[in-house]
Design a protein around this ligand. Structure first.
Ligand code: PEP
Length: 251
């Protein structure tokens, strides 16, 4: 059965010392509670090895925020999935709307990155979500469906290894959260789309996370919806207390 997951996305925040301190604090706090979800922190490339040294995998798993679509070679400044894996990371965020928007990542590249991640034993946390205009003109279901379908060249076995994160772009970092019903409707839609291609088993076993201004005050209601299996958390993941408040929403 699918897992409940709370994953933090640190983005381009924290120096190395700050990041290690935050990871350590999260690890210690998670250790001290009974919890009903897997906890993942996705951190900048520069922090992976040092953060891995202070977390315990049974409490907190480690992820990167991106990886290259290439295997290795002359791609100055890029970081491959194999490099990410070699730090001890187990997850990687792919297709975040900031990567799509500011770095022009397209469906073809994202499929290639997903293949690289899977080939190197990383679990992709694959992000999808519509912009405000799509929400307002009513095309949001089609837009998100298209982003999920971009992965439909994967085998059912490979698709079954993914975590999907629905992050309406208009809710990211804006303080504007989708309502729990809007999240549920989209998650159910995504699950239907997956079922149409890969069948009920794969669809039922895929964890679909909500992301977009999720905080301790709204997490419980959003997570209570049947197709919402947790959250991908930006701003609120940068303070141990607010991140813990979201993790505890599952208790
Ligand atoms: C994110 O960028 O993945 C995100 C969900 O950000 P925030 O929680 O800050 O809206």
């Amino acid at each position: 059965m699918r897992k409940n997951i709370v994953a933090g996305n640190w983005k381009m925040n924290t120096t190395l010392d700050e990041g290690v301190e935050l990871a350590n604090e999260i690890n210690e706090k998670v250790k001290g509670i009974k919890r009903n979800c897997e906890v993942i922190i996705c951190v900048p490339f520069t922090h992976l090895t040092s953060v891995n040294a202070v977390i315990e995998s049974e409490n907190v798993a480690l992820g990167a925020e991106n990886c290259s679509e290439h295997d290795k070679g002359a791609y100055t400044g890029e970081v491959s999935a194999a490099m990410v894996k070699s730090t001890g990371a187990t997850h990687v965020i792919l297709g975040h709307s900031e990567r799509r928007q500011y770095f022009g990542e397209n469906n073809e590249q994202l499929l290639a990155k997903t293949r690289q991640a899977l080939a190197n034993g990383l679990t992709p946390i694959f992000c999808v979500g519509e912009v405000l205009e799509d929400r307002e003109n009513g095309s949001y279901n089609d837009v998100v469906e298209g982003q999920v379908e971009a992965l439909f060249d994967l085998t059912a076995e490979d698709f079954g290894k993914l975590v999907i994160a629905y992050e309406p772009v208009w809710a990211i970092g804006t303080g504007k959260t989708a309502t729990a019903d809007q999240a549920q409707d989209m998650h159910a839609h995504i699950r239907k789309v997956i079922e149409g291609k890969y069948g009920k088993d794969v669809a039922d076993n895929t964890s679909i996370l909500y992301g977009g201004s999720c905080k301790p005050e709204n997490a419980k209601e959003i997570f209570s919806k049947p197709d919402v299996d947790g959250g991908l958390i930006g701003g609120a993941a940068l303070k141990a207390d607010s991140f813990m408040g979201i993790i505890e929403a599952f208790n």
